[in-house]
Write a protein that binds this ligand. Structure first.
Ligand code: LLP
Length: 423
């Protein structure tokens, strides 16, 4: 269940009225529910328990140190894509020996840092990267643990900007090419092939792409074992979709139904890298209406949150539920429905770009200057993709736990925005 609920005509995060958080911390404000984070992680841990999965929470979805600590304390590991993310995991007290490291452009310094951190494995995306890991591992007198990232050529039927497992994407390598590299690893004393990695795209709202990928994984693992590798791991990446509109997300158990049998057949351990599934509906962005205006036959609700806080609508035309924090009408998570007493409006931000919007032609109750709005499903790829464009300070973040709450990132100041510049 969602821990963002309307009670007595106002929105609560767990047991705390969202408006109370705004009184203390202002807007724009990210509000996260610890209960939701833990329930979502637990969904995945339970659904895949049979194959003893290592759940590597994908730091890129939301890397706030407090969220990473919550994940770590609940038994999650981490998927990182940069030295900076690995540094975050270390600073949050995370166990780096179960970390997986993907990304097409790992630098020497990042590879060295990861080897020093004794990570579980690199998801290797090219021959050149394999050579770099081998050389650095040799120099350090260690063995580089690697998984080959395969491009399985599976269509995940998601947004073109977030599809990764189709031929022609920059990620991973063709299965045939990876076979040649596997032979090269066997002959290299500074490398050990631990498994294979695939990430199909994000968000994926059907199980079929995973079923296709697992099938391919079983064959590849058998081939590598025949050649003499001790393959332990199938890493199927992340990508599990969530409900942005109304109940379109699948429970983790549905994905497990098509993944677990294949992993068992391959006699492998399973790694997964979910980000959005855990963080997406664990967070909202709260903003305040600055003005409303009617122009060109339209109603515009102009609020203080913008594409600098949540870029997803501008970047991918993504849908996010929007609703006033105080409202006598509870849309019960059905954000597309045209409710009585509502009027269509565009919810836009203050940034000087036409793509700076959160909702277009959305049926909403009347709002006025000073009212608070909640932008839902903003916990993943929200704050991590925020920017200082238009010299806008980044939003504050609060983590709610029952009746308690803590500021886990304070609002940036104008002074901090220019702190690294010189005249
Ligand atoms: N593993 C790898 C190798 C990835 O590239 C990604 C996401 C994940 C795991 C986590 O995917 P998730 O479980 O969160 O779907 N900014 C876009 C999403 C980009 C995803 C990039 N890679 C958005 O806002 O929708």
């Amino acid at each position: 269940m969602s821990h963002f609920q309307y009670q007595n005509d106002e929105l609560y995060c767990e047991d705390v009225p969202v408006a109370q958080l705004v009184e203390e911390f202002g807007t724009p404000l990210y509000v996260y529910s610890k209960k939701t984070l833990l329930e979502k992680l637990n969904d995945i841990q339970t659904a895949f328990a049979e194959v003893e999965p290592v759940i590597c929470y994908s730091v890129k979805a939301n890397g706030n140190l407090s969220l990473l600590k919550v994940m770590n304390d609940a038994g999650s590991s981490f998927d990182v894509v940069s030295g900076g993310e690995l540094y975050r995991v270390r600073e949050a007290g995370g166990d780096t020996t179960r970390v997986v490291f993907a990304g097409v452009g790992k630098t020497d310094a990042e590879i060295r840092f990861a080897l020093e951190s004794n990570i579980l494995m690199f998801d290797v995306e090219s021959e050149a990267e394999l050579d770099a890991i081998s050389a650095i591992a040799a120099d350090m007198g260690v063995i580089g643990p690697v998984a080959l990232r395969l491009n399985p050529d599976v269509d995940a039927k998601t947004h073109s900007k977030t599809t990764t497992g189709k031929k022609g994407n920059k990620f991973g390598m063709d299965i045939e090419r990876a076979s040649e590299l596997a032979k090269k690893v066997l002959a290299d004393p500074h490398l050990a092939l631990k498994g294979i990695h695939m990430h199909l795209g994000s968000p994926i709202l059907t199980t079929d792409p995973y079923a296709q990928a697992v099938k391919k994984a079983i064959d590849v693992v058998a081939e590598y074992r025949n050649e003499g590798h001790e393959i332990d791991w199938i890493n199927l990446g992340g990508g599990f979709g969530i409900s942005y509109k109304h109940d379109e997300g699948l429970p983790a158990s549905e994905y497990a139904k098509v993944i677990v049998p294949g992993v068992k057949e391959a006699k492998c351990r399973l790694a997964l890298e979910p980000g959005r599934y855990i963080a997406g509906n664990s967070g909202i962005l709260v903003t305040q209406v600055v003005f409303t205006k009617r122009e060109g036959g339209k109603l515009f609700i102009i609020q203080d949150g913008g594409m600098t806080d949540l870029v997803r609508p501008a970047m991918y035309d993504s849908f996010h539920g929007v609703w006033p924090v105080k409202s006598t009408l509870d849309p019960q998570g059905n954000w597309e429905k045209e409710h009585d007493g509502c009027e269509k409006a565009d919810v836009v931000g203050p940034v000087c770009e036409s793509c700076d919007y959160f909702a277009k032609d959305r049926s909403l109750p009347p709002v006025e200057r000073g009212d608070l709005l909640s932008i839902f499903s903003a916990g993943a790829y929200g704050t991590v993709m925020s920017s200082n464009y238009n010299s806008r300070p980044r939003a504050a973040e609060v983590l709610v736990d029952g009746k308690e709450y803590n500021l886990i990132r304070r609002r940036e100041t104008w002074e901090e925005i220019i702190a690294h510049e010189k005249v």
